[in-house]
Every structure is written in structure tokens, then in C-alpha cells.
Design a binder for this molecule. Structure first.
Ligand code: 5GP
Length: 197
């Protein structure tokens, strides 16, 4: 590495269908690795009872969201299942400037926008072991009404098909610990590679 160049942090994108266990995997990876932080997205989706504002998401109105879009406040944003989601540009840039590895838990549309801006971003897609397991996990999660759960399941097939085209790393979440280990290894390898640059 050029000694005069200040080393910045790096981006890791984690995507996968609803109910696949992305959040649990990401939170565990953050606990396991030093200097890794999770970006908290903004969304217009209603907060569920199990979620905390500022922790799981920043829950905002559509009006606030659109104003932030107009002000260039998002690194990326997309509509997913009828609601708006976006990654806050300033917070992510601050973490990168501080040399952190930042995990973005976002959908395929957002991932492609980020990859265009940061070609070195590592892209990980989490897959369920089978479609049946995913359907059961979504049902057991009990967060959505039946229609929304169906919609999320339909969306999963399209997202998985797109993932084969765009993602370098696919991780199957059959066993949580194993999936976390794989993600940790992918991030360690990416960090080692960027140190060599
Ligand atoms: P959920 O409503 O289940 O929390 O999230 C629905 C989908 O939106 C998931 O695929 C999740 O990864 C994606 N998502 C969450 N935050 C963001 C974001 O900031 N940007 C984009 N593009 N997608 C997001």
C-alpha cells in the first residue's frame, strides 16, 4: 500500500430473501469481528412490535424520505414490497473514513447501485437451504399478515434468480454458526486482499 494514501474502510453488502436470517447473521458477524459496523437503514415501512427505532431501522414518513432523496442523502435507495428503504450516505461515509468495515443489509436493487459507486464492495447473498424451509421461517416469524408473507415468498424467487448474476459470494444458511463462519472468512479474505493493494 502507498504509505501516503490514507487507508479507508470497506463495504460489505449482505442480501437475501426475507426470512433467510440476514439480520441475525449480520449482528453475529459484527459481534465477532473488530472494526465492523452495521449500517442502519431508513424506511417508510411500519415498525413491527419487535423492532426498535434507530436500531433495526430509522422509521420515517414517505414525505421525509422523499426530501432526503432530493437532498442526496442516500447512498442508494429502492422500493421493496411497496415501501421505501435507503442507506444514509453521511453515516456510511463517516464510518468508512474512520477505517471501519461497514455492512449494508440491503436488497439486490440497492446492492447494484452501491457496487456501481464502490466496485471493491464485497457482495454476499444468503440463501435458504430449501424453498420449503424459507416458507416455514417466514410463517413462523409471524411478523407479516398472510398476503405480505406470500408476497415476500414470491419476491424471493426473483431475488435469488438475480443474485446468481450479480453476487460473488453465496452462503447457505442451514446452520447459523456455519453461515456466520463463512461470512467472517469472506470479510477477512477481502480485508487481507485490500491490505495487499
Ligand atoms: P424488511 O422489511 O424485511 O426488513 O426488509 C425488506 C427488504 O428490504 C430486505 O430485502 C432488506 O434487505 C431490504 N432493505 C433493508 N434496508 C434497505 C436499504 O437501505 N436499501 C435497500 N435497497 N434495501 C433495503
Amino acid at each position: 500500500m502507498d504509505d501516503n494514501k490514507v487507508k479507508k474502510g470497506s463495504l460489505v453488502i449482505v442480501s437475501g430473501p426475507s426470512g433467510v436470517g440476514k439480520s441475525t447473521i449480520c449482528k453475529t458477524v459484527v459481534d465477532r469481528l473488530k472494526d465492523v459496523e452495521l449500517s442502519v437503514s431508513l424506511t417508510t415501512r411500519p415498525r413491527s412490535n419487535s423492532e426498535t427505532d434507530g436500531q433495526d431501522y430509522w422509521f420515517i414518513s414517505e414525505d421525509e424520505f422523499r426530501k432526503k432523496v432530493a437532498a442526496g442523502g442516500f447512498l442508494e435507495h429502492a422500493e421493496v414490497f411497496g415501501h421505501l428503504y435507503g442507506t444514509p450516505r453521511d453515516k456510511v461515509e463517516q464510518m468508512l473514513d474512520a477505517g471501519k468495515t461497514v455492512i449494508l443489509e440491503i436488497d439486490v436493487q440497492g446492492a447494484r447501485q452501491v457496487k456501481a459507486l464502490y466496485p471493491d464492495a464485497v457482495m454476499i447473498f444468503i440463501l435458504p437451504p430449501t424453498a420449503k424451509v424459507l416458507a416455514e421461517r417466514l410463517k413462523d416469524r409471524g411478523r407479516d399478515d398472510l398476503d405480505t408473507a406470500e408476497e415476500r415468498l414470491d419476491g424471493a424467487s426473483a431475488e435469488i434468480a438475480a443474485a446468481w448474476q450479480y453476487y460473488e459470494q453465496m452462503v447457505i444458511n442451514e446452520d447459523l454458526q456455519q453461515a456466520v463462519d463463512e461470512c467472517v472468512q469472506i470479510i477477512r479474505n477481502a480485508r487481507a486482499e485490500s491490505e495487499d493493494k
